[in-house]
Design a protein around this ligand. Structure first.
Ligand code: UGA
Length: 474
């Protein structure tokens, strides 16, 4: 089937490439001319595992084309909107890009169009879109609007798109449902040439869930907010573990064994980032507020996440005391591994906070340094993790890239100023690193040094002075 995708960000580009991979003839548009020119010339504007190979392969067989929004609207009866919905100052999602696309559709469409929202949008955006298309359209054409929220994660987007757990369709017309069923048939039946796995025929068929448009819109925001809540929850449990000398890894493992809880998204750390969770939690709070529901639970989720970096900086201060002039190696800038995305990455707030205290920050990330340079221009970028660690008073792990699990710790020991690792993602077992001669501080676990573990004890919990933490040998 001929399909159009508007917007070539992480979601749009993956959607376009994967729909072409499963057999459709896809036109993907991008309004940023520099990005469009890169795509037309076979240059990737972003890093996402497997995506470049998929795009190369399907362009060779002529099933993926890039161009303008106007061209995309003329190209197909089915249009996926994948434009950005960034946060406004008040937390609302900015829907101006979606509204802009609706205008072009109303002006340029040459016949029936099924307009599908794939961008994350507040509930009732579909209804607004339907209303605006009718009002703006002067040629009496028929439009259907459907919601098809995307659940892919950056870093595994191709795999998530081709092998999803569920495909959610919110459609209020039989024609829209029928078209979307046809589009997704190869994925629902898992019948396509998989560019990633050789054994994907054995894979499970996803659930194809059809609802009304509003419910589908809510499924997306509710899912992201729930996952964010799980992360903030385990982060608070981690704080409690630190206060009482327990181990959050074991607590999370024990909790996750209950199938009602499940083990996923119980990794504590320096907080969730990226262009989805922080803005979607904010937007969901606003949607609830506007609908007369006080979703204060999510306000706490947000607050807990905002405090993560400060809590982490406190750990750095506790180890290094005065930060002025201290050399700090930052390993990882991306908001998670396998992406070059630094939007709302905890690394940004962390580095800014260290710079405020005049620390000397030397950073390394395998993919995200180019994107980080525009937000953090005043730090030293290094071409290897070893270079960042040279003369460092602390190695601080912010993103759990696989590369950091493969380091030569003897080499590191010989080049650092102080053998100290402060791990914001619990990449290692404490004994593993302390056994290499480093002091190891992580999240929600007992700190470990070459002389043995050190537990933190609450020695003063009087309301006047607050909790003070003292280290005592275990
Ligand atoms: C998230 C959702 O997982 C996707 O389902 C959704 O489609 C996407 O948002 C979106 O709305 O577009 P993504 O932001 O790519 O995907 O990344 P996640 O893997 O969900 O991680 C988000 C953040 O949470 C990262 O900073 C990660 O480090 C953090 N995280 C995740 C934790 O701190 N602990 C965990 O246990 C899991």
């Amino acid at each position: 089937m001929k399909l159009s995708v508007i917007g070539a960000g992480y979601v749009g580009l993956t959607t376009a490439a994967c729909l072409a991979q499963v057999g459709h003839d896809v036109f993907c548009s991008e309004s940023d001319v520099e990005k469009l020119s890169k795509l037309q010339n076979g240059v990737m504007p972003l890093f996402e595992p497997h995506l470049e190979d998929v795009i190369k392969g399907i362009r060779e067989v002529g099933r993926l084309h890039f161009g303008s929004t106007e061209e995309a609207i003329v190209w197909a009866d089915v249009i996926f909107i994948c434009v950005g919905t960034p946060p406004l100052a008040n937390g609302d999602a900015d829907l101006s890009a979606i509204e802009g696309v609706a205008r072009v559709i109303a002006k340029r469409a040459t016949g029936y169009r099924l307009v599908i929202e794939k961008s994350t949008v507040p509930v009732q955006t579909g209804a607004q879109l339907q209303k605006h298309l009718s009002v703006l359209s002067t040629n009496g054409l028929k439009y259907d609007v459907a919601s098809n929220p995307e659940f892919l994660r950056e870093g595994t987007s191709v795999e998530d798109f081709l092998h999803p757990d569920r495909i959610v369709i919110g459609a209020d017309s039989p024609r829209a449902t029928q078209l979307l069923s046809e589009i997704y048939e190869p994925i629902v039946k898992q019948k396509f040439a998989c560019p990633i796995h050789s054994d994907c025929a054995k894979r499970k068929e996803p659930v194809f869930l059809v609802t009304d448009t509003g419910s589908a819109e809510l499924i997306k925001h509710a899912s992201n907010s729930f996952l964010a809540m799980k992360i903030s929850f385990i982060n608070m449990v981690a704080n409690l573990c630190e206060a009482v000398g327990a181990d959050v890894t074991r607590v999370a493992q024990g909790m996750g064994l209950d199938p009602r809880i499940g083990p996923a998204f119980l990794n504590p750390g320096i907080g969730f980032g990226g262009f989805c969770f922080p803005k979607d939690v904010q937007a969901f709070i606003r949607i609830a507020e506007k609908s007369g529901c006080d979703f204060s639970l999510l306000k706490e989720v947000e607050k807990i996440n905002q405090r993560r970096v400060e809590h982490f900086v406190e750990k750095v201060r506790k180890e290094l005391w005065v930060l002025r002039g201290k050399k700090i190696a930052i390993w990882g800038l991306a908001f998670k591994p396998n992406t070059d995305d630094v939007r709302f990455a905890p690394s940004i707030a962390l580095v800014k906070s260290l710079l405020d205290e005049s620390a000397d920050v030397r950073a390394y990330d395998p993919e995200a340094m180019e994107k980080a340079k525009s937000v953090l221009p005043n730090i030293t970028y290094c071409s290897t993790p070893y270079e960042a660690a040279e003369g460092a008073d602390a190695i601080v792990i912010v993103t759990e890239w696989e590369e950091f699990r493969q380091m030569d710790w003897n080499r590191l020991l010989s080049i650092v100023e102080q053998p100290l690792v402060i791990d914001g993602r619990n990449v290692f077992n404490p004994e593993e690193i302390s056994g290499k001669g480093f002091r190891y501080v992580s999240i929600g676990r007992v700190d470990a040094s070459p002389d043995g573990p050190t537990v933190r004890e609450n020695i003063d919990s009087s309301p006047r002075t607050g909790n003070r933490i003292q280290e005592v040998p275990a």
